[in-house]
Design a protein around this ligand. Sequence first.
Ligand code: SAM
Ligand code: SF4
Ligand code: F3S
Length: 437
Amino acid sequence: MKKVYIKTLGCQINEYDSNIILNILYRNHKLEETLNMYDADILILNTCSVRDKVDSKSLSELGTWKKIKEYNSNIIICICGCFAYLNSKFFIKNTPFVDIIFSPKTIHEISNMLTTFLETKKKIIQLEAPILEKFNYVYENKTHSYSSSITIMEGCNKFCTYCIVPFSRGKEISRSFNSIISEIYSKIINGSSELILLGQNVTSYYNLINNSKFIDFPFLLDYTSRIEGINRLKFISSHPSDFTSKLIDIIKNNEVISKHIHLPLQSGSNKILRLMNRSYDIKYYKDIFNELKSNDNSIFISTDIIIGFPGETDKDFEETFNIFDELKFDNSYIYIYSDRPGTLSFNMADKINNIKKKSRLERLNKLLDLNRKYINNSMVGKIYRVIIYKIVNNICFGKTDNNRSVVFKDHYFNVGKSVLILINHISNNIFYGKSLK
Ligand code: SAM
Ligand code: SF4
Ligand code: F3S
């Protein structure tokens, strides 16, 4: 059987797209996935362009693949994803060893592109298609883990001034309700009990059922959580501006919906938030944070922060540091600002130098570590819902909503089951506990 190797960079939506590609290639060409690139007949690079470092990773991977092709001229090299889409002209001109170039919109065309390439041996470039078309080609493979992701919307209309996503993924568009629900059912049939709803801004989801009933994200979340077989329902990413009281109410009063919310803040300074075009201020963010947390210590909030946005003074950074200290996020992805050609901030003055950015990053990372220790310790002696992902000799391995690893002994349970665990102690970042039956 011929083999395909796929390397995916970037976000979970790219991972989801890569799965669609693999399933199409398996179904139509009997191509099996290999994790060893030197063993493959086809190499696919699914790229990202959110920061410059990830662009460099793609270019370095392609450098290695070029050498592989020098030894094995039969190997087929494909490149897709956001970086490939944004820079298609560059790849057409400068990478003659790349055989197929496609985009996040045309992943479902991989089978046709491959057939045409095999017939003609001519470079194939296919970048445009209606964005929702690919969801008609979501085939299931048979080997599912307990956790699966499902893209419910794509693109973004928010145009944060630093972000390339609205350019690489285009305008926001929501997938049809029926298509989402039917994919959810097939994931459950294949053994998943934890589902993650994906989108650049899932909270902006809206659609019509049967061309009449309007539905929004709170409706979709609530409806999905009631489907039998789902033990935990997560979603990522949400935008603070779309986080309504109605949504908070649904999250708090529903056992199946994960109590871990990812709510990107980006900066603790109102001035920087304005420059970023984030459309909320710190007071608004804190109000949502506190509404989520009020009377409920099982809610965990994580965030994204950008360090060194153009114009970020020491005072602006101190404001980020202070709100970070005050809110004690459960986790945070802290990114150094990266200039993205084509975005508004690319042309902004007052760029921050690398030394300053790195020292700010270090300070914030130290605080994050302290906060995590504080949160970990506060979890001891409390009860959390845990989904079991592995059982070995009656030892169960599970994950809490906020992704902490939990180990406990029991012989009554199966993989995928949701159980309540009283945490006894922590050792090396692993939580030990006992189940409450
Ligand atoms: N839609 C989500 C939101 O609004 O929060 C985030 C999606 S984005 C792909 C993931 C994260 O990458 C962002 O939250 C931001 O922190 C970070 N990011 C995006 N552009 C960046 C840039 N130019 N430099 C550094 N970090 C960036
Ligand atoms: Fe990028 Fe902002 Fe859209 Fe998130 S909301 S994807 S950060 S433009
Ligand atoms: Fe990267 Fe595109 Fe995702 S730029 S973060 S792969 S939407």
